[in-house]
Design a protein around this ligand. Structure first.
Ligand code: SF4
Length: 332
């Protein structure tokens, strides 16, 4: 049995107080919905010296603007899924949220926490396994030499092949959402497409947040009124399961041509994967299943599969083709 490391609990009443309590040495952690974080602390994977409860901060709610939503980081997944503008203008965001978790979890989990959720790689979550570069830098990668059926095929390195687990982030990357953060050096914004880091040599660094920085909001551009979007998630069982492959697609059409396309993949990459190569193939072209297959092929051109997860290269392509068929209504 693993003993939980003692930690100090602080409930912050104001944003400046939370940031001050967090400091900049990286030893503190923020607590919001806690749906992943508390599990990881109980398992001894996360061991903050100080836990700063931010649930009382005024970071919950959705601001509606003409072309964007500003989603407070403490907004719950269920609140965002139930927002009528999301239902009308960002239906694939709603689909991704509803396919992410049960309603009980969606009522607890926050949008900020969802974007920062940790990988489900079994070696990362099991402290009795010695080899995990993400948890213990320099220790090796248990998945590469062990079980890696669910691991990533895109954005991998020889240090880590863990998939990013968020469904929501896949749609938000496709939308060019922006993350608003604040910390000891003040507020700043980071495009979500540049927020996540592929593992490289040090997979313990997963994003561009500086020690002590806090996500305050996510700015989400709305799709054009005429756009159609879809989030297709393929998994081993129909609910309560992470994606083996997923595709977030949003298109506008001019007659039978694809006027614009936004494409991202989930479940197959170390970060939510924007498929710009697929978008380039689709944009301006006559819609057909053959075109969708060419786009899907382009989306996985850089894949680096391993023996147990080679099937994901084909699965990702089929998932994307099906998603494109669904949004365009083109089936031949
Ligand atoms: Fe750790 Fe990444 Fe290897 Fe999983 S894939 S064991 S998270 S280093």
């Amino acid at each position: 049995m693993i003993a939980v490391q003692p930690f100090e609990y602080v409930r912050a009443g104001a944003l400046t107080e939370a940031i001050g309590e967090a400091g900049t040495d990286g030893s503190a952690a923020y607590l919001a919905g806690g749906t992943t974080q508390l599990d990881l602390m109980k398992d001894g994977v996360l061991r903050p010296s100080r836990l700063i409860d931010i649930t009382r901060l005024p970071l919950r709610g959705i601001e509606h603007h003409e072309d964007t939503l500003i989603v407070g980081s403490l907004t719950t997944m269920e609140e965002l899924a139930a927002d009528p503008v999301v239902g009308r203008r960002l239906p694939f965001v709603r689909e991704a949220l509803l396919r992410s978790a049960s309603v009980q979890l969606r009522n607890m989990a926050t949008i900020g926490g969802n974007l920062l959720q940790r990988t489900r790689c079994r070696y990362f979550r099991d402290r009795t396994v010695a080899t995990c570069n993400k948890r213990a830098p320099g220790s090796g990668c248990g998945a590469i030499t062990g079980a890696h059926r669910t691991s990533a095929v895109l954005g991998t390195s020889t240090s880590c092949i863990a998939t990013h687990a968020s469904d929501l982030a896949v749609t938000l990357v496709a939308l060019d959402a922006t993350v608003h953060v604040t910390g000891a050096e003040g507020p700043r914004t980071i495009p979500l497409t540049g927020f996540y880091r592929v593992p490289g040599e040090d997979p313990s660094v997963e994003n561009d947040l500086r020690p002590g920085e806090l996500i305050t909001a996510i700015e989400v551009p709305l799709l054009p009124q005429e756009a159609r979007s879809h989030y297709l998630k393929v998994r081993d069982r129909a609910s309560y399961e992470f994606a083996l492959a997923s595709a977030a697609v949003a298109v506008t059409m001019r007659d039978t041509r694809v006027e614009s396309a936004r494409v991202a993949l989930g479940g197959v990459a170390t970060v939510p994967w924007r498929a710009v190569e697929a978008e380039a193939v689709l944009t301006g072209a006559e819609a057909s299943v053959a075109l969708f297959r060419t786009a899907a092929h382009a989306a996985v051109a850089g894949a680096d599969p391993r023996p147990q997860n080679a099937f994901k290269v084909e699965l990702a392509q089929r998932t994307l083709v099906r998603s494109l068929q669904s949004v365009t209504g083109v089936n031949s």
